[in-house]
Design a protein around this ligand. Sequence first.
Ligand code: ATP
Length: 469
Amino acid sequence: MTEETWGQVREELIKRVGRNNYLTWIEPLRFAALSEGVARFTVPTNFHGDWVARNFGEHIRRELMNSGTQVARVEFAVARHPARPAQVAADPVPAAVSETPAASPTTSRPAAVATPRPADDAELASAPLDARFTFDTFVVGKPNQLAHAAARRVAEGGPVSFNPLFLYGGVGLGKTHLMHAIAHEISARTPDARVLYLSAEQFMYRFVQALRDKQIMSFKELFRSVDVLMVDDVQFIAGKESTQEEFFHTFNALVDQNRQIVISADRAPGEIKGLEERIASRLQCGLIVDLHPTDYELRLGILQQKAEFYRGQYPGLKIATGVLEFLAHRITSNVRVLEGALTRLFAFASLVGREITLELAQDCLADILRASDRKVSIEEIQRKVAEHYNIRLSDMIGPKRLRAVARPRQVAMYLSKQLTSRSLPEIGRRFGGRDHTTIMHGVKKIEELMAIDSQLSDDLVMLRRLLEG
Ligand SMILES: Nc1ncnc2c1ncn2[C@@H]1O[C@H](COP(=O)(O)OP(=O)(O)OP(=O)(O)O)[C@@H](O)[C@H]1O
């Protein structure tokens, strides 16, 4: 591999992993050797090596392959003889990247950051931030406006007004996006601020590693020296006693020093099973905001924004009116799934060179649409069926045996079996604690009646359509 090749690969990696990740993790790598399909790099610390291997190893390998270098594996190790030049001695740093920063504006950075970091500073380095997760790309709607406003407030800096900021919500609703946006914003406003973002799992990993290497004092010092600590998916440390203990002390030390803490989790602090009482109550001291499930308007807004982006990527590709509305209506599970659907749709349409029509979307996204269909909840089914037959919602779970009530109840049982992935005992529980055999009987009854009662089967078609959106 030539100096020029590695330089080009690094340029590609900036685009792939984002500038912050590049500067923190990739730039310090030194190419050492390539033999028998193994590309070896030296790294400043073992931790750095582990991190790069786990998070960027495959990116690096793929980019090397794209450049025409046959690489089956990449390895990272601390240099044994740092003074000795690496095997490709002429290749320490690509000229375009750091010797002539002016030639490459994407890699210029403040002089303070450009100075070599001491080893412990490298250990402090934040987990990789996704360059796309900024406030600019975060679409705000009713379900997330409070979380967004609180995140913005924290990112603006100034006096710490609520500590910690605790963001919670279901899968794929934008918690990580908001956390990265805060980290980007703070770093942009105050380049000197020591912002440490990591997942709770990484916190534990680093804690265990410090214990193993007998480096616990430096671990404590490092974590207590940050200006902003951001821990993602804190539910992960539930049930992990020593990690919780350490987290608690770190948390207290930072709050005492008036340093900002931002935490995310998949549920509210009090609802995280296995989380110590004292930690849960500490977490409740600041501002707790939740990201609600998306509504139609938010989903449409997100789709419009992403479609705009893809239009730039696939110029000439047309998208028919109504397609985004259809997707916003049908894919209600979470934003990650929504994004995945759009990505697939654009990629597929560009491959086959066709306009994105409703028909193409239905074809290409059949599996996602089917999976989304199953997301209808039993409560929703009960509500719609009760409305349709003009009975009270409480009658769905109540004991009344009158046919006027019992039949709609069986219809709701049947639809719950058809449209959700719940088991019969689970459905039974939602219908006032009925036994699973009662549910089975109800489902069978409706199946039999549908064959002979056209009114009932019309009702079911109608209800189904209503529920599936
Ligand atoms: N309001 C939004 N505007 C734009 N993109 C969003 C929004 N909400 C979520 N996304 C996108 O959806 C994807 C999933 O979001 P993110 O990873 O932040 O979810 P999360 O809540 O952290 O989920 P998990 O609990 O699985 O970690 C990301 O690509 C993110 O950019």
